[in-house]
Each structure stands twice: as structure tokens, then as C-alpha cells.
Write a protein that binds this ligand. Structure first.
Ligand SMILES: Cc1cc2nc3c(=O)[nH]c(=O)nc-3n(C[C@H](O)[C@H](O)[C@H](O)COP(=O)(O)O)c2cc1C
Length: 180
């Protein structure tokens, strides 16, 4: 079975990212896919500050090496990105900047979420970045708009299936493409 992973890009307090990731993982599981979560909040990479671009020399720290082996080890990776100020969160960009060779030829897909267009601008930026580091992006793009969602007092979704359910089929097509 292909080893699939999902990178959770947002690390802020009270983020929706982990709820969305857990929902996606459970949809994947129901469809027979084992999707491992790489949560950047848990991984807690220090800010990227290497003197040399990883395009020319791998970052030689224990954190960078552990991150590199997590990516190396995956056959396919879903990038889960929120949209901050029309782009991806800095935490996600930093995690990408840490590596270069590990991204080359990696099969990846993108799931975004946000308000106006479900994170469409974040996806545009992420697509450009992922093309630059030579990943192979497989579709379809999945964008989850929060515009119709309502939230409980603790910030959780009142009806997560209603908010996210519409993307399920396209998400499963992504997983199939990542596994091939
Ligand atoms: C700093 C910041 C900037 C944001 N900018 C946008 C934006 O440009 N477009 C958008 O649709 N939503 C924007 N939002 C709303 C987020 O998409 C929404 O809060 C989402 O839940 C963020 O993901 P997270 O909760 O996993 O961090 C922004 C939120 C934050 C915190």
C-alpha cells in the first residue's frame, strides 16, 4: 500500500486546520486509505535560517533531518493549507523552504480552506511554490469555503459534514492519484 501523508500547515491557537485534517483522515480511512498526519504545530520546526539554500546543501540540524526523512518516506503528500492574507501560512512556507531534493518528483495534492473562495489564492501561491521545488501536483484542486459554516461557542463547526462534505469525492480522487 502507498504511504500517504497530510501536512497540516496552520499552527495557530484555536486553528480549524486540525479539525479539517482529522475529518479528511477519517474520510480517507473509510475509503481504505491510511493517511498519516504531519502536523507542523506538533513537529515545531525552528524558523528556517540556513546560510545556504537547501537547493545546494541540506540543512544539517536534527530537526531538519527528521523533517527530511518524514518527507522522503512518503509516496504521496496532501498539503492542507489555510489562507492568510491571500497566501499560505508562514509555517507552511518555512517547512517547504527547509528542503529541496526531498520534494523533487514527489506526488502531492492541495486542499485549501478559507472564506471568500475556499483558499483559492493560497492554492495559487502554493502551486507556484510546489512547481518550483519540482513536485508532481496531482488534481483535482480541493477548496473548502467556510462561508456557509456556523460555529459553536468553542469555535468548533456546528455541522462539519455539511461544511466539508461537498469536497469528499474530489479529495478521494486526489488520494487515488497520489497512490498510483
Ligand atoms: C492572519 C489571517 C489572515 C487571513 N486572511 C484570509 C484571506 O486572505 N482569505 C480568506 O479567505 N481567509 C482569511 N483568513 C481566514 C482564515 O482562512 C480562517 O480563519 C481559517 O480558519 C484559518 O485557518 P486555521 O484556523 O487553520 O489557522 C485569515 C485568517 C488569519 C488568521
Amino acid at each position: 500500500m502507498s504511504k500517504l501523508k497530510i501536512i497540516v500547515g496552520s499552527i495557530r491557537e484555536n486553528r480549524n486546520a486540525r479539525t479539517v485534517a482529522d475529518w479528511l483522515v477519517s474520510q480517507a480511512k473509510d475509503a481504505g486509505y491510511d493517511l498519516e498526519i504531519l502536523d507542523l504545530k506538533e513537529i515545531d520546526l525552528p524558523k528556517f535560517n540556513s546560510p545556504i539554500s537547501p537547493m545546494y546543501a541540506s540543512v544539517d540540524t536534527p530537526e531538519a533531518k527528521a523533517w527530511a526523512s518524514q518527507i522522503d518516506d512518503a509516496d504521496g503528500i496532501v498539503f492542507l493549507t489555510s489562507e492568510y492574507n491571500r497566501s499560505i501560512p508562514a509555517s507552511l512556507k518555512d517547512a517547504i523552504d527547509y528542503l529541496y531534493g526531498e520534494w523533487n518528483d514527489k506526488k502531492v495534492s492541495i486542499v485549501s480552506y478559507g472564506w471568500t473562495d475556499g483558499g483559492g489564492s493560497a492554492t495559487k501561491h502554493l502551486t507556484d511554490i510546489l512547481n518550483w521545488v519540482k513536485t508532481q501536483i496531482v488534481g483535482p484542486e480541493v477548496a473548502i469555503p467556510f462561508t456557509g459554516a456556523t460555529f459553536a461557542e468553542d469555535g468548533s463547526f456546528n455541522d462539519i459534514d455539511a461544511t466539508l462534505g461537498g469536497v469528499k469525492d474530489d479529495f478521494l480522487i486526489q488520494l487515488k492519484a497520489l497512490s498510483e
